[in-house]
Design a protein around this ligand. Structure first.
Ligand SMILES: NC(=O)c1ccc[n+]([C@@H]2O[C@H](COP(=O)([O-])OP(=O)(O)OC[C@H]3O[C@@H](n4cnc5c(N)ncnc54)[C@H](OP(=O)(O)O)[C@@H]3O)[C@@H](O)[C@H]2O)c1
Length: 341
């Protein structure tokens, strides 16, 4: 055993944690969270590691001070929540666990799903999530998508009734416009919104001039803004080249921004990132996350990773302060060659 260092021991080694205020309950949490989807068959599962390895990673995340873990009932069709419940059921007070309901998997292999925002489905889904998470209440429960067939007021009202019943502490919305946030907020406070936001996917900021900016909306209304896929699904880390091959079932095998041609064309996106990274002796991932953190002190990105070394590096991004020159160079990052279908 001489020289063997466990994941948890590695994780506990020195660092001072940067934190941000989760205004809805006054709790300070680590400025960089962890997206857990990759730990289950969903978007980019690594089949080479087992649940025990993932349990170590999750515990290491909490040891390191990651305060926000992001999961959903559809990730691995319950597997992701179960993993978190098994690994962290005894450490519930140390971390804010966010899950999402309102989507139903049709076929896990092809990653097809549909919305179900009916109150009966949402209540049954939250009950099932609580069992898997081994918890009496969900810290933060998002409506994963607004179901076009169900008025938002009905879905949100059902979730709000579960707050009254003690099953959920705070409510969030995922992938919404400001007008949805306003409608929901009139019924029950929106504690958090998560949308895709990164240097190559800036839709949540895109309508800033038209009052459609959900990031600003969150700041004005005391809500957390949680950028999902903050590393551009791996592209902004600079580790994906036109030759990188993805495992079968990996979402990126059929994502239009990840075709070989798109990857070659999108390489130019990395130029400003690399220039800023060089100025600060940082990695591309750290700069991509620092840019997000600079969008407001109510922003907590949730990079997904299956590797402790990446997780540690991502957390350190909170120590990186970008200058106005850095930010203006990064803001000039060109959009990807192809929009997602
Ligand atoms: N609400 C929604 O609809 C929605 C949609 C998508 C995602 N999400 C949430 O957002 C989370 C994060 O998004 P995401 O996983 O799609 O994309 P992401 O965080 O932008 O990128 C994840 C990819 O980056 C790699 N990576 C992470 N840190 C790295 C580093 N320091 N160096 C090199 N590579 C690194 C990971 O590789 P390894 O796995 O090899 O570490 C993985 O392939 C998800 O886990 C999920 O919780 C929510």
């Amino acid at each position: 055993m001489g020289g063997f260092i466990t994941l948890a021991e590695q994780a506990r080694s020195s660092h001072t944690l940067e934190t941000r205020l989760f205004r809805p309950d006054g709790r300070r949490i680590g400025a960089v969270g962890l997206g857990c989807a990759g730990l289950s068959p969903w978007m980019y599962a690594r089949p080479d590691l087992d649940d025990q390895a993932w349990a170590s990673l999750l515990n290491a995340a909490v040891d390191l001070g990651v305060g926000l873990l992001d999961t959903a009932d559809v990730y691995g069709q319950g597997h992701n929540e179960q993993l978190i419940g098994q690994a962290l059921g005894h450490r519930r007070s140390e971390v804010l666990i966010a899950t999402k309901v309102g989507m139903v998997v049709d076929d896990l292999a092809t990653l097809t799903w549909h919305c179900d925002g009916r109150p009966t489905h949402l209540r049954a889904a939250v009950e099932a999530s609580l069992r898997r998470l081994r918890s009496g209440s969900v810290d933060l429960c998002y409506l994963h998508r607004v179901d076009p067939a169900v008025p938002l007021e009905e879905s949100w009202g059902a979730l709000a009734s579960m707050v009254k019943d003690g099953m959920i502490r705070h409510l969030g919305l995922s992938d919404v416009h400001v007008r949805d946030a306003e409608r929901a907020h009139r019924i029950h406070p929106v504690a958090a919104i998560q949308s895709e936001l990164s240097l190559w996917s800036r839709a949540p900021l895109g309508g800033r001039r038209h009052g459609e900016d959900v990031v600003d909306w969150c700041a004005r209304n005391g809500a957390l803004f949680v950028p999902f896929s903050p590393l551009g699904r791996g592209f902004l880390t600079g580790t994906i080249t036109p030759d990188t091959s993805f495992a079968p079932g990996d979402l990126r095998t059929r994502h239009p921004w990840f075709t070989s041609a798109a990857r070659a064309g999108n390489h130019r996106i990395l130029t400003p990132l690399r220039e800023v990274a060089k100025r600060h002796d940082a990695t591309e991932s750290q700069v991509a996350l620092a840019w997000l953190l600079a969008q407001g002190d109510h922003v907590i990105p949730i990079p997904g990773t299956t590797r402790l070394v990446y997780m540690r590096s991502n957390i350190s991004a909170a120590k990186l302060t970008l200058t106005p020159q850095d930010l203006s160079l990064l803001d000039s990052t060109p959009p990807p060659a192809q929009e997602p279908s």
